[in-house]
Design a protein around this ligand. Sequence first.
Ligand SMILES: Nc1ncnc2c1ncn2[C@@H]1O[C@H](COP(=O)(O)OP(=O)(O)OP(=O)(O)O)[C@@H](O)[C@H]1O
Ligand SMILES: [Mg+2]
Length: 144
Amino acid sequence: MHNSFLGDLIGKGSNRHVYECALRNDLVIKYETKTGLFHNVIEHEVWKMTLVNDLPLKKYLAPVHSISDCGRWLIMHKTTPVNHEEYPDELPRFFWEMGHDNFGMFDNRFVCHDYALNAGHLYGLSDKLTPARWGMKDKGPYNV
Ligand SMILES: Nc1ncnc2c1ncn2[C@@H]1O[C@H](COP(=O)(O)OP(=O)(O)OP(=O)(O)O)[C@@H](O)[C@H]1O
Ligand SMILES: [Mg+2]
């Protein structure tokens, strides 16, 4: 990624560093710090599938703007933080990592901006709701 695209670092997860986009303040740039996980690629695939097929799950996802050839860099629409009291009680069972920091607001909607680890292989890209178990980083919001 050319340095002139990268703005300030705004977030750090276990696998990705997230930067402001210096050219557009409605976008962020996600850099995958480890190889072999392909979380950017998964996010892009999920977004593309929901978009192309106009799936209801789409409204719960921060849209992906674009991805680099090998997936190391992902450009995503920026979300804004939400007060914890305002988090919904239910969300699609598709979501797996229920950390508060994986969600935010986009376009007046409550969305997930970290959906690479998801339950899509169990349930598909369904928007079926289940109680949200906030704080459950690894177990997800549902019982299997
Ligand atoms: N689209 C976005 N808009 C605004 N901030 C974001 C966006 N995506 C990520 N962030 C910020 O960057 C942080 C790290 O991003 P993300 O959670 O996607 O990384 P990760 O390495 O996959 O995280 P984890 O450790 O949860 O697996 C988030 O917790 C959030 O604060
Ligand atoms: Mg995260």
